[in-house]
Design a protein around this ligand. Structure first.
Ligand code: SF4
Length: 368
């Protein structure tokens, strides 16, 4: 097994990184360093079941082995650098990776459960002009371990009572790939992270959603996988000209082909597709936009999420609330299930990537 290939990007230090390995990989690794095979399962249980990422706390391992793990490995590929909690309990975490890169992830308090929103890349090269991550450019892909650690660190913080003022729930039961990055442009690590979250962390596959800007080859590839994954598509418009502007990848993978792929995916997996539609004042919120959307989505097993835009440093603005509810009314009347997604944590910047951008601004100011 090549750790650098399977577990960490080449840029990271050569020490093995344990979060990101399956129980089988951990078992092979502990044997390779002269330990009994069952130690692999013990480490996996500490990391994935108890969310412990400090070897010193793995109390059923010998002192010598714990010391060896501390000195000769990185149990965790990242640590919490900053936490920002909003008035509604939504909490953003900045996670610092081993090479100093920073990603953000969010815990969202919902009525009956907690949801984790995780990043799949450092930055993003899809370049949506209304998105803070898109505005800050692409840095690199994340490894499976760097994705899983976001969940583990958030779950550990929640277990320690981070959200006890807001919710009785202490387990993050849902996970969405809606943080920084385009998950289908980092395909293998994202799928490996889902396998780890499902098999090792024991999150139900039906509680994990991949959100894409519309990478058609990735959707087609997902269709051929044995497992059926929940899929969300950031649509924002069905008008080619408008979508070219809002989601530049539309120039490569056009909206007509994308909706055809979405329909095939829904039919093949029997899963309902979620279409994300960010409402942007004067851009995609008219009655004509609603009617075009209704026509384009007719016949696709789907659900539509309308998202009130959270302005970043961009030319776009949020529409008035009544414009969003009217848009919802038109879609609902046409028979579509539609929800308006509350802009969790808007007071503390909630569009993907904004927290990290803010942090980098602070760092730059410190350097200046
Ligand atoms: S909205 Fe998503 S796909 Fe678009 S730039 Fe931002 S992170 Fe990338």
């Amino acid at each position: 097994m090549s750790l650098s290939q399977n577990n960490t990007p080449d840029v990271l230090p050569a020490l093995p990184v344990l979060v990101g390995m399956t129980t089988a990989e951990l078992t092979a690794w502990v044997e390779s360093v002269g330990e009994k095979p069952f130690r692999g399962k013990q480490i996996a249980q500490w990391m994935y079941q108890k969310h412990v990422t400090d070897a010193a706390d793995m109390s059923d391992l010998s002192k010598a082995f714990r010391l060896m793990l501390t000195e000769k490995t990185h149990v965790s590929p990242g640590k919490i650098k900053e936490t920002v909690k909003s008035a509604d309990g939504t909490t953003k975490f900045l996670i610092e990776l081993l090479d100093g890169e920073i990603v953000e992830c969010v815990t969202i308090v919902q009525k009956n459960h907690l949801t984790a929103c995780v990043s799949s890349q450092v930055g993003c090269n899809v370049g949506c002009p209304f998105c803070a991550t898109g505005l800050s450019g692409f840095r690199r892909n994340l490894s499976a371990g760097e994705i899983v650690i976001q969940y583990l660190l958030m779950q550990h913080a929640v277990s320690q009572g981070l959200l006890s003022d807001f919710t009785p729930h202490t387990r993050i039961s849902n996970l969405v790939f809606m943080g920084m990055g385009e998950p289908l442009l980092n395909y293998e690590p994202v799928l490996k992270s889902i396998a780890l979250l499902n098999k090792e962390v024991e999150l139900g596959l039906r509680h994990i959603t991949i959100s894409t800007s519309g990478i058609i080859p990735g959707i087609q590839r997902l269709m051929d996988e044995k497992a059926d994954y929940n899929l969300a598509i950031s649509l924002h418009s069905v008008n080619t000209e408008v979508r070219n502007r809002l989601v530049p990848i539309n120039r490569k993978y056009g909206v007509t082909d994308l909706l055809q792929a979405a329909k095939l995916y829904a039919n093949r997996t029997k899963r309902r597709i979620t279409f994300e539609y960010t409402m942007l004042k004067g851009t995609n919120t008219s009655d004509a936009d609603a009617n075009a959307l209704i026509k384009a989505l007719r016949g696709i097993h789907c659900h539509i999420n309308l998202i009130a835009y959270n302005p970043v440093n961009s030319p776009f603005q949020a529409p008035p609330r009544k414009e969003i509810t009217h848009f919802q009314y038109l879609l609902t009347e046409a028979g579509f299930p539609v929800t308006i997604r509350n802009n969790h944590g808007s007071a503390d910047m909630s569009a993907c990537g904004q927290l990290r951008v803010h942090q980098r601004e602070k760092e730059l100011k410190t350097l200046a």
